[in-house]
Design a protein around this ligand. Structure first.
Ligand code: NAG
Ligand code: NAG
Ligand code: NAG
Ligand code: NAG
Ligand code: NAG
Ligand code: NAG
Ligand code: NAG
Ligand code: NAG
Length: 405
């Protein structure tokens, strides 16, 4: 309630005072911002490159995708402790394009907790959706993996993020790269129907179709009412032309007739990669990696009036990827990955003042330093801690939210 009143006031202020906002241009590196040296932060070593992160609903536990395992983090201490690793079914590793190409293997990538908190869905091995029983993983039981559903090669072979419907019956997976079976350049959103998530025991499922989106779809977010799925696409010339996009997708149509589910697409900047929704559902925030910006959209206008949907655009650090809202949506943190390892710039965590951003005023409060290639972020259920996977340093960085500016 409080949050929605604030948003209404901010939207009102924006419409009456602010100058027109435009999508950010492509930018090689971000100018260095103020180093934030007075933040309580600490690292946990993990065994390999951390990718997706998700907290459990209870139990002071979080999970992290660690290639061929799912790491279980005990978050009752600061920083957390890696207490257990669930081995994922590596017999499916041979399906992984990364393994075949001999590159760095992202065995597992995205993670999402089911709506009832009892299962984790993990995208892995390019086409697979692995289902883990949360309670069994926490108890270190040997049978924590309760399902493995394979995708269809037609939909793509580079699964990154996953979202799940409120009834825990459908999962949507971003397939960043197109199927090697087609000449298409675009990626897709693959649709999985799942059976048995509400029960204890085995989970099965099948890939039921896909929606072709722009080039390089990655970031996914479901609206709170479950009606819309939002997806980013990096765009065809992500480093040179602002053609990254944010798409609005109708969830009911996506389940049954995916190719007809796209409602609208707006330009977001160069290399749009992740999207989150404000707590009141009114604003979408998107990281645009090759613009080194985070941009805000008025969710209500994305379909009805897309040319007026852009609300704000804020300079952050170089190559931002993950982002989270903290402190009642008054701050945004971005994982400034510098993933292309440009010299003369820093990786880290930018802190953005949300109200200032929406007023069109300087909003970058500074950057917390981190290791190599920070990537994904997660906020604890009590809002007091943020965890970030530092992919290139094999570490999890914990940040005490109370010490942010
Ligand atoms: C650092 O933070 C602490 C507590 O958050 C505060 O008491 C102190 O004044 C801050 N120091 C600086 C130099 O900002
Ligand atoms: C974490 O790893 C670093 C090397 O990256 C090492 O120097 C440090 O001692 C390790 N910390 C712990 C607590 O094991
Ligand atoms: C990922 O796991 C596979 C299978 O165990 C292993 O061959 C590979 O070296 C691992 N890669 C990294 C970067 O840890
Ligand atoms: C986490 O660590 C605390 C303190 O060591 C312990 O009491 C608790 O049982 C642990 N929880 C899990 C799920 O491992
Ligand atoms: C999983 O799906 C991929 C893509 O369709 C396919 O190449 C692979 O053979 C499948 N693996 C199994 C074990 O069915
Ligand atoms: C493929 O992506 C491009 C650019 O992102 C877009 O203009 C085009 O409409 C997409 N094609 C399909 C079939 O969705
Ligand atoms: C968030 O807002 C609630 C009231 O809606 C308030 O009780 C709480 O203290 C606020 N939290 C922070 C961190 O500002
Ligand atoms: C980095 O900074 C150094 C020193 O200012 C400069 O010589 C070099 O050209 C810069 N490199 C890039 C890629 O901007």
């Amino acid at each position: 309630m409080y949050a929605s009143i604030v948003t209404l006031l901010l939207l009102h202020t924006w419409t009456t005072l602010a100058k027109a906002v435009s999508v950010p241009a492509c930018q090689a590196t971000a100018p260095n911002s103020k180093p934030l040296t007075n933040i309580t932060t600490a690292y946990t070593n993990v065994t390999t490159h951390p990718f997706g992160l998700a907290y459990a609903l209870h139990d002071d536990v979080a999970f992290v995708a660690l290639n061929d395992t799912l790491g279980v983090l005990n978050t009752s201490t600061f920083p957390p402790v890696l207490v257990h690793k669930v081995l994922l079914p590596i017999e499916y590793l041979s399906d992984s394009i990364a393994a075949k190409n001999g590159g760095i293997l992202d065995g597992s990538t995205g993670i999402v907790l089911s709506s009832d908190g009892r299962h984790l869905l993990i995208t892995a091995f390019s086409t697979w959706l692995i289902i883990v029983d949360v309670a069994r993983a926490v108890l270190r039981a040997p049978d924590a993996v309760v399902g493995a559903v394979n995708g269809s090669l037609i939909a793509g072979n580079s699964a990154v993020e996953v979202a799940i419907t409120k009834d825990d019956r459908y999962a949507f997976v971003s397939q960043e790269n197109p199927s090697p079976l087609s000449n298409a350049k675009n990626g897709t959103i693959e649709v999985f129907e799942l059976y048995g998530l509400k029960r204890t025991g085995g989970v099965s499922g099948r890939s039921v179709g896909y929606l072709t989106l722009g080039v390089g779809p990655v970031g996914l977010a479901l609206s709170m009412d479950g009606r819309y799925l939002y997806a980013t696409s990096e765009g065809p010339n992500k480093a040179t032309t602002p053609q990254g996009t944010l798409s609005t997708i109708d969830v009911e149509t996506l389940k049954h007739d995916p190719s007809k589910a796209l409602l609208s697409t707006v330009i977001a900047g160069c290399g749009a990669v992740r999207v989150i929704i404000s707590g009141d559902g009114a604003i979408l925030w998107v990281t645009v990696r090759e613009s080194n910006h985070v941009v805000a959209f008025d969710r209500a206008k994305l379909v009805s009036c897309p040319e007026e949907a852009l609300l704000a655009s804020v300079q952050v650090g170089t190559s931002p990827v993950g982002l989270v809202l903290v402190r009642n949506d008054t701050r945004i943190l971005t994982a400034d990955s510098n993933r292309f390892r440009s010299p003369n710039t820093t990786s880290g965590i930018s802190v953005v003042d949300v109200q200032a951003a929406l007023r069109g005023e300087p909003a970058d409060l500074g950057q917390i330093s981190s290791g190599i290639f920070p990537r994904e972020l997660a906020v604890s259920p009590d809002g007091e801690t943020v965890l970030m996977g530092v992919y290139g340093s094999n570490k999890i960085q914990a940040v005490d939210v109370a010490t942010l500016p």
